[in-house]
Design a protein around this ligand. Structure first.
Ligand code: SF4
Ligand code: SF4
Length: 447
């Protein structure tokens, strides 16, 4: 394909009919607000937000309920109007417990006064960044890195390109696809505003070529705007990985251990850009998002969901589960997290909730047959079988030296392994152990 570059490795996971994901024809429906929302104060990478409301307080939609806990952090806002039932720990999809503001909905739909920007082109980069920061926007593709931080490169750093991730390469997930179809003009406007905030002249939107309708909608919306191009990408998982996407559309390689900014690029997901547009144009903080409900669910689809809605409420609203469900997943089947309970809330990074059958069951693993498939599938050119062996021998430092810290946790190696070895999990364990050791060493040095 002209102008795009294939990253090494990658796979073609199964799902869909004739290359089309089953939910892609389902237009976004607004889910009625639940009677109670559980809004975690830590839904982003970085310091948790600090509660600024307490039990018994009345809140309006969009009201600040948690202020950012530092530079790399994000504020959180009420997604319903009503009364704060309590501020207490809740379980998240990741399995960790974090403080959350729990609000009982009074169904008055009372909003705080919003401050739209009629002429955002006249705002300075600092003012645009501040709006994004105050709106609590984080990477909505699942990374949840605070967007205002991405828009604030260190002095002396040059950003040349803004890359927009519309690949949505995980099976089942179609929330971004629907957003690109239904909100293309707003996405293009959001990109334009981000280009102003970053002072860049070029933006490239990467979309997998199994979404020709989304490519057409974005191309049409972008036709009058200079500097924004839409690039059709081959369907290949993990095409939406940050490093893979940058390579595909710019041919720049992010160095091992490096960041997109090291090659003059900032990457944002289409959902994030839409939220940026809403924040700047309408003054609207991030209180809802589009999420896909798929798999063995009676009425699957793509839903606009208030942040803090529980998985249970969402699944009930979708008509409940069909028989044969073996596993619920938060996110996509490749990189998502298995969830054992349904009382956990949807957060800013919740791209989907899937109810999977037999295909989700962990098959019994057997010994490695040294077939090399995992190596060929790895987009980071790692040797997953070797990393797995080192991890199982508790040789974490050796695994790190062999590249485990650059693992994307994309799941491609596990997917292709005929011996069904949990290769991705081994890399996750190495990363966790090494990161904990590094943090402990740093803390010891400081104190
Ligand atoms: S999970 Fe890690 S080791 Fe496995 S294919 Fe993806 S990047 Fe490579
Ligand atoms: S794909 Fe599985 S069996 Fe083949 S080399 Fe990798 S770990 Fe071994």
């Amino acid at each position: 394909m002209f102008g795009t570059h294939l990253f090494p490795g990658g796979i073609h996971p199964h799902e869909g009919v004739n290359g089309k994901k089953v939910n892609s024809g389902n237009a976004i429906r607004e889910l009625p607000a639940p009677p109670r929302v559980i809004i975690p104060l830590s839904q982003h990478i970085g310091a948790p937000a600090k509660a600024v409301v307490k039990k018994g307080d009345h809140v309006k939609i969009g009201q600040l309920i948690g202020e950012a806990g530092g530079f790399v952090s994000a504020p959180v806002h009420a997604s319903v109007s009503g009364t704060v039932w309590d501020v207490q720990p809740c379980l998240l999809a990741s399995g960790v417990t974090a403080p959350a503001v729990i609000i009982d909905n009074d169904y008055q739909e009372e909003w705080v006064e919003l401050t739209p920007s009629a002429h955002p082109e006249t705002l300075s980069a600092d003012e645009l960044r501040q709006i994004v920061r105050n709106a609590g926007i984080v990477g909505m593709g699942g990374a949840t890195f605070p967007t205002a931080v991405k828009l604030s490169p260190a002095q002396g750093t040059t950003i040349e390109k803004l890359v927009i991730n519309g690949a949505e390469c995980e099976p089942y997930l179609t929330a971004d696809h629907r957003l690109m179809l239904e909100k293309a003009p707003q996405i293009i406007d959001g990109i334009r505003l981000m280009m102003l905030a970053l002072d860049v002249k070029e933006a490239i939107i990467g979309v997998e070529d199994n979404k020709p309708d989304a490519i057409a909608a974005l191309s049409s919306a972008a036709s009058a705007t200079e500097g924004i191009t839409v690039r059709a990408l081959p369907v290949r998982y993990p095409q939406g990985g940050e490093k893979q996407l940058i390579y595909a559309v710019t041919r720049r390689k992010v160095p091992t251990g490096g960041l997109p900014i090291d090659v003059g690029v900032v990457v944002c997901n289409v959902g994030t850009v839409y939220a940026v547009d809403q924040a700047i144009r309408e003054g609207r903080p991030l209180i809802d998002r589009v999420t896909t409900v798929g798999g063995l669910v009676n009425n699957p689809g793509n839903f606009l969901v208030r942040i803090g809605t529980t998985v249970e409420y969402l699944l009930d609203a979708c008509g409940g589960l069909q028989s044969g469900v073996k596993q619920l997943i938060s996110g996509g089947p490749m990189m998502g997290m298995a969830i054992a309970r349904t009382d956990i809330p949807l957060t800013k990074g919740s791209s989907g909730v899937l109810a999977l059958g037999e295909e989700a069951m962990e098959p019994k693993e057997s010994a490695c047959i040294r077939c090399g498939r995992c190596m060929r599938a790895c987009p980071m050119k790692l040797a997953p079988a070797k990393l797995d062996a080192l991890a199982r021998a508790d040789r974490f430092e050796d695994a790190a030296k062999a590249g485990a810290m650059s693992c994307l946790e994309c799941g491609a190696c596990t997917y292709v392994c005929p011996a069904k070895r949990s290769l991705t999990q081994s890399c996750r364990t190495v990363k966790k152990v090494i990161n904990t050791r590094r943090k402990q060493a740093a803390a010891k040095k400081e104190g």
